[in-house]
Design a protein around this ligand. Structure first.
Ligand code: NA7
Length: 533
């Protein structure tokens, strides 16, 4: 391997999604290169361009706070922005802050190895670029690696097959087509109502029904926007002091404190609040008390039975096997109503699982469906998927996939021992999607950048974390998970959506303020759990 082609930089950032972009900005006083697999910025909002793709957090919150002029000048057209607006925003930020000069597009990282003598990473891309750097920041995203369905015969199918996370930029024409749609998570419930309007027939293959709350999306009214803009810095601070880094109304009373009628009224108000996720915070213990949770579940089942006219379809749509909020609550528009359309058929893929693609469609264990288009919204090999797909070798040539074979281990979700100078943003056992990801991503980038800045000031070139610190962090993650109901749902939060994937909950559910405080105090207390040299 020729060394003449090796480029020496200070920091390699992997991924030009929202966290990676901010990392470029925050760390541009170093020689920074960002390597991005796609040919544009925006990460999740670059790849997920399926019909109906829309953020489920209010856009005034789900946006950058690092630059007051940016947040004053930018206007979102809707409360919950659609993918094209989010991608437009990402491009605007990239241009406004001249981030593109640091980004190499269509240049995925293939492998990286740590050189213990030099305390440097060597990074190799699929395009043949070779870089050496002091630090790597993996801003690879929690939902990056699509989970492709396992059934045989894919190559035989004569029609079109799509995964929602790899949607063609030119769109898909569904008119006059028989469409099979697999996956009823957040993605499916957004895409299907739109596809149903265009397609001849839509067959929904449902393995597990979703709890879905109406988003109440609407054009953003000026008064609401101005209210935010009048106090943006203060509101960003307040957000970081809430469980999910979002200013929904967090109730302080238990669901047990009310009469059934009072509870019903509160839940009705939450359902109609036009504030996503409000159902989960209508009582302070929806996510921690199984009985209260079941009251909310039953409320939603009541809604499904009222909205969906065919009783058998309504019953099949009622989730009964996991707590609401245990997997991410879906936020939709007209999802349950869609089942009242003549051209939509709900197929029970739990009782009769999909067995194979065929030349003309899909075969379940009991029936064959003739289809022209198959859409898979089957989710992601989440949290670890993007990192696992890069061949990462740390100290003693140890591979990250081997270290994480029984599940990811980290300290503060930021580093994993034996892989020095490698930082992760929204890594395993951070709050990730339990908290608003742009604002908390900015926070994590700042925390990481401060550590990197201090390394130079203090004259160190290598930072690692101890295995003991990792064990303690795992105990903290487990302890807070035992206080929540998330462990009772199989989902991407715990890897149970992927067959054979090991490990427990990969998300920190102790709330963002506690997470941030633990990160801050570890550094302030003399880099507890870290080793710097
Ligand atoms: P999710 O939430 O992981 O949903 C994936 C869906 O695909 C879910 O309904 C799965 O059913 C279904 N699925 C996956 N594999 C299969 C197979 N083999 N057969 C039938 N059905 C299957 O991914 P999304 O993309 O919707 O959302 C991800 C996140 O994006 C979301 O949490 C938000 O944060 C935004 P299952 O429930 O596993 O039975």
């Amino acid at each position: 391997m020729s060394t003449s082609k090796v480029e020496t930089v200070d920091i390699v950032i992997i991924g030009a999604g929202f966290s990676g972009m901010y990392a470029i900005h925050r760390l541009r006083h170093y020689n920074v290169v960002c390597l991005e697999a796609g040919d544009g910025v925006g990460g999740t909002w670059y790849w997920n361009r399926y019909p109906g793709a829309r953020v489920d957090i209010e856009s005034v919150e789900y946006s950058y706070g690092f630059d007051e002029t940016l947040q004053q000048e930018w206007s979102w057209p809707e409360y919950f922005s659609a993918q094209p607006d989010l991608e437009r925003y990402a491009n605007h930020v990239a241009d406004r802050f001249n981030l593109r000069e640091h980004i190499r597009f269509s240049n995925p990282v293939d492998s990286m190895t740590f050189d213990e003598r030099e305390n440097r990473w060597h990074v190799y891309t699929a395009n043949g670029d070779q870089l050496t750097c002091r630090y790597v920041i993996a801003a690879t995203g929690s939902l990056t690696a699509p989970n492709l369905p396992p059934w045989p015969g894919r190559e035989k199918f004569a029609g079109e097959i799509y995964h929602t996370a790899r949607w063609p930029a030119e769109g898909v024409n569904f008119s006059g087509k028989r469409v099979g749609f697999i996956g009823t998570g957040s993605t499916g419930i957004q895409a299907m109502p739109i596809i149903a309007e265009e397609a001849d027939a839509l067959y929904v293959f449902q393995r597990t029904p979703a709890f879905c709350m109406p988003s109440g999306n609407r054009p953003l009214d000026e008064a609401h926007e101005q209210e935010w803009k009048a106090n943006y810095p203060e509101r960003r601070k307040q957000m970081l002091n809430t469980y999910g880094a979002s200013l929904v109304n967090y109730a302080d009373r238990s669901g047990h404190d009310y009469t059934p009628q009072e509870r019903a009224d509160i839940l009705e108000q939450a359902w109609n609040s036009k504030s996503a996720f409000q159902l989960l915070f209508a009582f302070r213990d929806v996510l921690t008390d199984a009985e209260v949770n079941e009251m909310v579940c039953e409320f939603v089942r009541g809604k499904i039975r009222t909205i969906v006219k065919d009783p058998a379809t309504a019953e099949l749509l009622c989730p009964t096997t996991y707590p609401i909020g245990g997997k991410r609550l879906c936020i939709g528009s007209g999802y349950y109503e869609m089942y009242n359309r003549e051209n939509v058929t709900l197929v029970d893929a739990r009782t009769a699982p999909i067995a194979a693609f065929t030349e003309s469609g899909l075969r379940t264990s009991s029936v064959h469906y003739d289809l022209d288009v198959i859409v898979t919204a089957t989710g992601f090999d989440a949290v670890t998927g993007a990192m696992d797909r890069i061949k990462i070798e740390g100290c003693d040539s140890r591979k990250l996939v081997d270290k994480w074979v029984d599940g990811p281990t980290t300290y503060l979700g930021a580093m994993t021992s034996g892989f020095p100078n490698l930082f992760m943003i929204h890594g395993p056992s951070t709050p990730a999607a339990q908290a608003q990801m742009i604002t908390t991503g900015e926070w994590q980038v700042n925390w990481t950048a401060d550590i990197i800045d201090a390394m130079g000031r203090d004259g160190f070139t290598c930072i690692d974390v101890t295995p003991e610190a990792e064990t303690e962090w795992a105990q903290e993650v487990e302890m807070v998970s035992m206080q929540s109901l998330h462990r009772f749902a199989d989902s991407w939060y715990n890897g149970k959506n992927i067959e054979g994937k090991k490990g427990g909950l990969m998300i920190y559910v102790g709330g963002f303020p506690r997470f941030a405080q633990l990160c801050e105090s570890a550094v302030a207390d003399g880099y507890q759990g870290f080793v710097r040299k």
